[in-house]
Design a protein around this ligand. Sequence first.
Ligand code: CUA
Length: 326
Amino acid sequence: MNLWRVFFPEQASTTAGGVDALYIFLVAVSLFFGTLIALLVVGFAIKFRRRSDDEAPKAIHGNLALEIIWTVIPLGIVLLTFLWSAQLFFTVHRVPKDAMQINVVGKRWMWKLQHMTGQREINELHVPVGMPVKLVLTSEDVIHSFFVPAFRIKKDAVPGRYNTIWFEATKPGRYRLFCAEYCGTQHSGMIGWVIAMEPTTFQAWLAGGAGGGSLVAAGEKLFGELACVTCHRGDSGARGPNLEGLFGNPVKLADGSTVVADEAYVRESITTPTAKIVAGYQPIMPTFQGLISEEGLMQLVAYIQTLKPAEAAGTAPAAQTAPGAR
Ligand code: CUA
């Protein structure tokens, strides 16, 4: 294997170039100062060596110019590094609004992936190029970490919570997918491929898969089966908050604080309903912890995302079922 490729994998996402530039900058700064210091240590050891047994060195009481220089230059470098990496961090973690969502569940020892249209994949992920893709990650057992070197993305899949990350592939190809968190004896085998395809090829692939119904449809069915609808209705007599138009908007809680209803909030409200009580409601909802699989939870979250207020209904689910539409 090409050793260069191990340290500098192919750049195949919109953020890869930026990550590499910062990385090369850090390596260059370290190399420059590491070399400079090593040379000075050797040089000074020779230049200022003791030449006879009774030689006493001259006393030095500081040098203001020198101290200012070696304070200001490193300060400038670390501040630049901070601003640069913070800006990169926000780019990598702020998901574009129109990103196509894919759910990822880590399990010893495989990656289970599901598209919003229902297609499931194991250890393989098909994505279109030139389109932002949002990954919502969780785990069924221990902490795993979703790592695609060519895209320069790595995010933990943690049991009991959702993490998100996004990428936009720039060229078609097959890219390695790793688990980057030691998760047991077969951790090293928890690998796979991300296959980036031209959008038209991807649409054909998506249409070819069996699917088995969209995530939203499965979530709606589950919502009925679990009788969520008995309490979470639009009318005022309902015992639970109305979920229409909830997703992505701020929610006032009983303790006076406000949270934004994202995937993690909806999930927590299902598994631990008492964690965040909505203002004006009683903590009467039973927990569904352990009663719904990770996939079921993702289906419910997908369904709740599409619930729009009555007047806006009808336009919403289309965006979820057609990932190419934007
Ligand atoms: Cu999963 Cu290591």
